[in-house]
Write a protein that binds this ligand. Sequence first.
Ligand SMILES: CC(C)(COP(=O)(O)OP(=O)(O)OC[C@H]1O[C@@H](n2cnc3c(N)ncnc32)[C@H](O)[C@@H]1OP(=O)(O)O)[C@@H](O)C(=O)NCCC(=O)NCCS
Length: 154
Amino acid sequence: MSALLQHPAPHLRPMHEEDVPGVMVVELLNYPYPWTEGIMRDCLRARYSCWVYEAGDRVIGYGILSAGAGEAHVLNISVHPDYQGRGLGRELMVHLLDRAREYGADTVFLEVRPSNRAAVHLYESIGFNQAGLRRDYYPAARGREDALIMALAL
Ligand SMILES: CC(C)(COP(=O)(O)OP(=O)(O)OC[C@H]1O[C@@H](n2cnc3c(N)ncnc32)[C@H](O)[C@@H]1OP(=O)(O)O)[C@@H](O)C(=O)NCCC(=O)NCCS
């Protein structure tokens, strides 16, 4: 069997309840302070715009966007470490921005750790700018870490 057939191209589709265990595998790999399964399920219940990247029958990434009152918030964007650096994160963000436009948002916000160079680079390259700073927002190995608030006008 060709390598391509063994590793089908990842594709984006809406997240369902039954995806949550697969989503949590990636969440736990990617974040030292991960969301809980309950938070993921709450996002689905709240009807946020929740998407997964699927490769074969495996979840290899996901993105979650909330939208309302002319604003959208990227709440989570995450690609399995084995699949990072191949353009999937960028494609996922572009997809979420398209969804934000559909919801009528004119600004998209997100929060990121300043130490997360890959994510900050990705967001800046898409056009996000720093809109603020939340001091001591995230738990960290030593104390707390600030959150950069980034914004993009659509
Ligand atoms: C942030 C994340 C979603 C990016 O996904 P990805 O699929 O690796 O990103 P892409 O391959 O689309 O690359 C997007 C840009 O990020 C940059 N990038 C990716 N990995 C990088 C790294 N290790 N160091 C620096 N920049 C990096 C690349 O420069 C790329 O820009 P380019 O297209 O100009 O080369 C992914 O790294 C991830 O899941 N990280 C863990 C979870 C996380 O931190 N999420 C964000 C929370 S705010």
